[in-house]
Design a protein. Sequence first.
Lengths: 295, 471
Amino acid sequence: MGSHGITDQVAIIGAGCIPFGERWDDSLDDMIVDAAQQTYVSAGVAQDDVDAFWFGTAQSGMSGITMAGPLKIHGKPVSRVENSCATGSEAMRQAAYAVASGAYDVVMALGAEKVKDSGYAGLNAHPIPTDGTNRTLTAAAMFSLLMPAYAERYGVSHDEVRYACAQIASKNHANGVKNPLAQFRREMSADKICGMPAVAGGLSVFDCAGVADQHRRRTQGLRPPGRSVGPADDLRDVAPAARRGRRAPDRPQGPHARSHPQPRRLSRRDGQFRRHLRQRTLLLSKSPVAASHLV
Amino acid sequence: MAASSPNRGIRSIGAHIPTRRLDRAEITATFGKGGGRGTRAVASFDEDTTTMGVEACRAGEVCAGDPQLMALWFATTDPAYLDKTNATAIHAALGVRRPCPALDFGGGLRSGIGALNAALRATGDILVVASDRRSGLPTSADESTGGDGAGAIRIGDADDGPLLATFVADASATEEILDRWRTPGDDRSRAWEERFAESTYVDLATDTFGRALDRADLEASDIDVLVATGMHGRALGRATKKLGVETVADNLDSTVGNTGVAQPFVTLASVLEAATPGQTIAMVHLADGCDVVILRTTDHVAGWSPRRSVADQVEAGSPLTYGQFLAWRGQVEVEPPNRPGPNRVSASAALRRGDWKFRFTGSRDRATGMLHLPPARVSEKGGGVDDMEPVVMADVPGTIAAVTIDRLAYFPSPPAVFAIVDFDGGGRAPLELTDVADPGRVAVGDRVEPTFRRLSTADGIHNYFWKVRLV
């Protein structure tokens, strides 16, 4: 078996995330710019400090130019990746391996999706030419197939399975209340979810992930072997600022612009790297029942 | 001269009656006129004349065994395509050998019986398929008396295998008469006033029938069953009385309706599934003249029954609302779901995968026996590459392993019911369930069988593939 892992070879040194939502006023470019700026501030780096970029989007753009364009990235590689609902994880993964391989010191993984410009309900796949025999059911319907099959195999009643799924969704909605970036931020009891009209099999609208525009990214840095990672409280001067707002810092910064700390150029000879503690964004694989659970 | 032969005749026959029924009284209730008593058969939103033709062939197992067809002829007044031959899709769905020509007859109401007659006068096995969808403007007679359906008759020589009925005699007459017409692009047929052509057709019927009897050296009293078909109701009624045959076959007017080109085939199929040996059957069809074919049943008809009988299919009707009927027929435009329409089929992909798409052919890995749907080159089990053999699944029943109703998908007639089907002998595929009267009652464990349907149309291209229906 040739799979070895990359534990302790890569450090996440900054992160940013803009709120999930329909975001009618924001274009894909707007969201990319806002979240990129958030991350640079969080990591204390400038865009020029980043050696390579990974851009994850499932259906909002093709090729790295989608990210390079609005950010005006010059002379650096930008790779667009896609892996259905695990696209974000895919960008993270590839960026991490790039650092672990030693090919790059500082990389950025950015994920963005602008689903709401289509005007259509739900998630709709790109029109890839086929022989017409592909299944045409929606994602929600595909997942809903699990319920009767599970009930049949384990001898559980349909109502029990359905209620269990509603409890998962209810837990997710409760988590959303605690997350200021979540799309849905209202508690919803399992009973209430069960009472809603079904859209696919036994699933209602609130069992499923909302369709929203969002993105986030992280900057990852290389921790040289033998050096320890700096204590978490090194981040105090960076993390709160990153959370304070999503607007990009104005340039040039004068002495009066205190709310937006100037990003500091990161030196490769720095002995201390910052690790951002927002581990949750590693959980990027989405499924309808995992919905708005981002914590 | 007649080309009758006791050595040539009908080898097999099948008919397809779609499951949905429109109660004619609903038309009257909606508009205050039109409609009538009884029901009419309505093709499902996912059926067209091509798919119904395929199902008629499968109902009669007309290609059972080694299909050594010399020709496949397809007749309809409602072709899915012009320019592109429609019979080729039927040819592909039945797995007919490549050298066999598949041809479309023209769009006249006489084309079905005419093709049958021509097949009886030819040599070798010829499969004649007649299929139609008949309707008219709301409240019209054509709307309520019309029906949707298909029939398939395989003609062959006795030397090549048993026959159900032999060809006794025929006679034809042609009349250039404008009792009924439709201009391409028109959404409905038009007819001259009813009393016009009545006497002309009655005379044509008696004359042509008489000539056929002469050739057969028979009297009217020798005819056991008369199959009298055609679009001119008044003429047909009067002619039938004048021909002097005691038993007249039921054209299923009050349950199915007049299936146009397919009517003589469907009625003959219902006659033969109840026939006894040695019966003489006369077909008389009135359309732009008259066509008469006289047949005699053989001993083999006694032990024969089709895979799906007309009687069973007529019984298995489920109601359709008038609103749905009008929407399916394009008489009213209903709000589509807020999802993008389907993509058009890729012609190159469809050609490469024609066996899967039209003939529902999977592949079985020789080393492990694992059946792959769709067919694959690399085996899921064992990882073997290019060690597969084709397996035709079109006639294999299966069991529902999981089922769901999708209310979000773009669908011509929601809700969409999807099932994961485990086929007998192996193979699992996600397929749409069709002809579902009550979606809420479909359950894991229900038995299903494949059926050939039209999934969608985009850019004028019809997307044909297989679905499953409950058995």
